[in-house]
Design a protein around this ligand. Structure first.
Ligand code: NIG
Ligand code: FE
Length: 385
């Protein structure tokens, strides 16, 4: 069964051979067996079983949202309102969601993850990373990664999100649990291990303990780094060859140099700065230094309750001085690199057929028309959603 998408006004391929977004005008694309089988001029499109007329619209790779916390119950709208009246965001707010999540049934948590992944798909997101981190007991974290693995493309064990209330100040004891029994229960369901390395959460030594144990258990590291302070987390991420250092809001020159000379992607989460009223990360400084930048939502009930990659792109362009092309690349190919995936984030032959037809003639409209729904059609692995 093959499908030809014809009359594409602007096809964003992210083909490195073409540079930048690898744009092809007046293009067509053929999907076969869930993959991209052919791209080229619309006038030369080979015959296919069915055709979809893009009518001059832009076609992009589906967004790759490489950072989200979807296994949770409840919401924290009051906390957001208080922040907008001047209260500062602090790591401790996570505990409110931990209480609600522990009390929820498996079916409630599963329904929440499904609801948000569906919401993302309707906005063009076709690859989703999902973290645990609101359970914080062996059984609750195991349940979170297990449910995430049923629904998300990429699963991250984040037992070291915050020290739960019942541990008081005994961060060492909780770090030990997160590096041993909890990790052992979660590792079979996850590909990644993550730590919130920050003042009020886990310091660099504690983060290293969990991440090293995770690597020994077969997981690959990624890290919540430098979200609230200019701490040691970014350099720890580079030291451990983490796939990604996420947030990167407060960076020293040494942090920027370390990222630029490594394979670790700097994943920026503009929705968090928007929703916590922090300064935006300096995307230009990272790009100009030669670092690879990804954009993701961080969708979670505390620091950013938005699932919209288009919103992230608009903010990154308007307030972080990325060009529309850089922002769209970071939300697709950049996210794929942050997940060390080569099958998504681009539309060249052999890629997974994750396709986002925009109700607009070019990718620039994602930033140019903020807040406007512009998703006309979406395919995930060759199936229209
Ligand atoms: O990425 N920083 C740590 N974790 C989340 C926030 C979680 C929450 O506030 O519930 C984040 O911002
Ligand atoms: Fe996060």
């Amino acid at each position: 069964m093959s499908t030809a998408i014809v009359n594409i006004g602007e096809l964003v391929t992210n083909d490195p051979a073409l540079g930048g977004l690898g744009i092809v005008d007046d293009a067509a694309l053929v999907i076969e067996d869930g993959s991209v089988a052919w791209t080229g001029p619309s006038s030369k499109a080979p015959a296919a079983d069915t055709a979809f007329d893009a009518a001059g619209r832009a076609v992009l790779p589906g967004f790759v949202d490489s950072h989200a916390h979807l296994v949770f119950a409840g919401e924290r709208a009051e906390e957001f309102a208080a922040r907008m009246s001047g209260r500062k965001y602090a790591a401790g707010g996570i505990r409110t969601t931990v209480e609600r999540t522990r009390a929820a049934s498996d079916d409630d948590l599963r329904a929440n993850v499904r609801r948000l992944i569906d919401e993302m798909a309707r906005q063009g997101t076709t690859t989703v990373e999902c973290k645990s981190g609101y359970g914080l007991t062996v059984d609750q974290e195991e349940r979170a990664v297990r449910i995430a693995a049923e629904l998300a493309d990429e699963v991250t064990y984040l037992g070291a999100h915050i020290v739960p209330a019942e541990y008081g100040n005994d961060t060492a004891a909780y770090t030990h649990l997160a590096s041993t029994d909890m990790l052992a229960a979660c590792a079979p369901h996850a590909r990644w291990v993550d730590v919130f390395c920050e003042r009020g959460a886990f310091d660099a030594d504690q983060a290293r303990e969990v991440l090293r144990a995770g690597v020994e258990a077969g997981l690959s590291p990624r890290l919540h780094a430098n979200q609230l302070t200019q701490g040691p987390a970014v350099r720890l991420a580079v030291e451990l060859d983490a796939a990604s250092a996420d947030h990167c809001t407060f960076l020293s020159d040494a942090d920027v140099d370390a990222l630029a000379s490594s394979e670790t992607v700097a994943t920026l989460l503009p929705g968090v700065e928007f929703s916590t009223r922090q300064p935006y990360p300096d995307a230009r400084r990272l790009l100009d230094a030669g670092a690879t930048v990804a954009l993701a939502t961080d969708c979670n009930p505390g620091s950013c309750y938005s699932s919209s990659m288009a919103f992230c792109i608009a903010v990154a362009v308007r307030d972080m001085h990325m060009t529309p092309a850089e922002a769209v690349w970071s939300a697709t190919a950049g996210g794929a690199q942050a997940l060390r995936r080569t099958d998504v984030g681009h539309l060249t032959p052999g890629a997974r057929a994750d396709i986002h037809v925009l109700d607009a003639p070019s990718h620039i409209h994602l930033a140019y028309r903020p807040g406007v729904p512009q998703t006309a059609a979406v395919w995930k692995a060759g199936r229209q959603v």
